[in-house]
Write a protein that binds this ligand. Structure first.
Ligand code: MRU
Length: 336
């Protein structure tokens, strides 16, 4: 099943696999109202940069369906599209997905929907391509042997349309018999690693173990890891890459022990309008994500927090960026 799909039933709706419920419940959200879609993006029912790109494009089709049925003004349409585009700031893919269909708005929802569905297919194809390019790169670098891969957050089918980016490379390596084990950081505070990546790996029959984020450096220094594979939410021209908070600590540790650190993302995640990562807007999230767990307080009431959802890894720590087009050796100064 695809993480995101469109249905024509009852005038058109977006169907999302609700990621906040996993791994306990495989539940589907059916969204007809554009405001509900913004809410689903903000509470991470749908998440992951490529998935947000497709959601952005389909979201515009949903807005136009509502507008056509209720005779909205041009201003109301523009306002609703802006709310969607700005629902989360860091992953460039959300605004990219919207911008891909914006030139077609005059043609109505049918034209926009056709393009959005084509983007979903493109995303699925580009994930397979990244998988092949990334797996070939690692085989060339490390030889044809079973690998122990460390990953952070969720970069799988759930974070894209299907297959995944960094996890797509893992799937490709597994299909070639080249995965010994995947070490998946649990990814505090929302546990995308233990709730989502571990679930996908279990479904795919790929051996894995979960480690607390704080154990990643120790696993690297203990020689347990052959390569690190992560995704990205926005990549600057010089290769600096924004990704889930905690990625930077893993990159610095991997660099110290000369373990390859690869960022795997589609070209749509590359933001060539920014020269370096210091221009990436980082999303900050609520205190309660840090001070409570499953609705139970885990810190004194009123505690302040520091809760950035992403960090930026400088290119000097990144062995290479793998896209659906090619490998960029950013550590060696190659620009995107
Ligand atoms: O806050 P999230 O869960 O949307 O963050 C997602 C990530 O940081 C992913 O690693 C990134 O989007 C790459 S997904 C292929």
């Amino acid at each position: 099943m695809r993480t995101i799909s469109w249905s024509e039933v009852n005038g058109g709706s977006i169907h999302l696999l609700d990621q906040t419920k996993l791994p306990g419940t495989i539940g589907e959200l059916v969204i007809r109202d554009p405001k509900e879609l913004v809410g689903a993006i903000q509470r991470l029912s749908v998440r992951g940069a490529p998935a947000l790109g497709v959601t952005g494009a389909l979201g515009v089709a949903l807005i136009l369906r509502n507008a056509e049925a209720e005779n909205w003004s041009k201003e109301s349409i523009a306002k609703s599209i802006l709310e969607l585009k700005n629902a989360r700031p860091t992953a460039v893919n959300l605004a990219w997905g919207v911008s891909q269909v914006e030139p077609l708005i005059e043609g109505g929802s049918k034209k926009v929907l056709e393009k959005a569905l084509a983007l979903a297919d493109d995303d699925a194809n580009s994930c397979r391509e990244m998988g092949r390019i990334g797996a070939d790169f690692l085989v060339n670098k490390l030889g044809e042997k079973k690998l122990r891969i460390l990953t952070h957050c969720n970069t799988g089918a759930l974070a894209s349309t299907e297959w995944g980016t960094a996890l797509g490379v893992v799937r490709e390596l597994h299909s070639r018999g080249l995965i010994e084990e995947v070490f998946t950081d649990e990814t505090r505070p929302l546990l995308q690693g233990s709730r989502l990546t571990a679930w996908e790996l279990a479904q795919a029959g790929i051996p894995y173990r979960i480690l607390p984020d704080g154990a990643a450096a120790s696993a690297l220094f203990s020689g347990l890891i052959d390569a690190v594979l992560i995704g990205a939410d926005r990549i600057a021209k010089n290769g600096d890459s924004a990704n889930k908070i905690g990625s930077l600590s893993v990159a610095v540790a991997a660099d110290q022990v000369a373990v390859p650190f690869l960022v795997v993302a589609p070209e749509s995640t590359v933001d060539r309008s920014i020269d370096s990562g210091d221009r990436v807007e980082i999303e900050f999230r609520s205190d309660s994500e840090v001070t409570s767990f499953a609705g139970v307080n885990t810190a004194p009431v009123g505690s302040k927090t520091y809760n950035p959802a992403f960090d930026v890894t400088p290119a000097r720590y990144i062995t290479a960026v793998i896209t659906d087009k090619r490998v960029y050796r950013v550590k060696e100064g190659e620009a995107l």
